[in-house]
Design a binder for this molecule. Sequence first.
Ligand code: NHR
Length: 201
Amino acid sequence: MEAIVRAGVPGGRIAAVISNRADAAGLAFAAEQGMNTAVVAHADYAERARFDAALQAAIDVHAPDLVVLAGFMRVLGENFVRHYAGRLLNIHPSLLPSFPGLHTHRRALAAGVRVHGATVHFVTPELDGGPVVIQAVVPVLPGDDEDSLAARVLAEEHRIYPQAVRWFVEGRLSITGNAGISVAGVHPGRFVLHSPPLDTE
Ligand code: NHR
């Protein structure tokens, strides 16, 4: 989130920074920058669907064109995801479809892969399964541990997430079909990515 704020969003404006944790470091950073902030604490809600609805209401106060999950760690339900279909992005610390879910660096080391990385994808109800927008690859080096590998991946996350947000704002990411979400068991449409090659940016 900080990397996106620092990189800036030409032609766009960051409407608000919202967290499910009042103690999130990113909230203090955002407040310091004079940005709108809000907290919707998941711990205040007995049911996930109620938390999702409260979060959705807090977001929609700002009527954003795009919602960006950055370090957001609560699985979101189908109603929430459908509400933001085609305008909800996440960054995941692996080369999806490898290593969806948690503890990705540990699992990459255990698997002995020689490359690892990060993926920006549109969010669909299938966890870490939505259409890929951009990926960055890093080597896994001899002597790596979870922390050294995570740091190498994080540096790339800070590069590709602002890039993906800029593409969205520039209108270069568009969707066809059902925004990657299957409807009544019918196979979803696909996203069409009008994205230039990396080295042109
Ligand atoms: N929601 C949907 N519907 N689809 C996705 O692709 C999502 C999502 C919510 C978050 C981020 C994802 C990641 O990139 C993300 C993608 C947390 C969990 C998780 O298991 C899984 C994936 C991601 C984030 N969370 C636990 C839960 O019970 C809580 C873990 C914790 O609080 O530390 O929600 O990594």
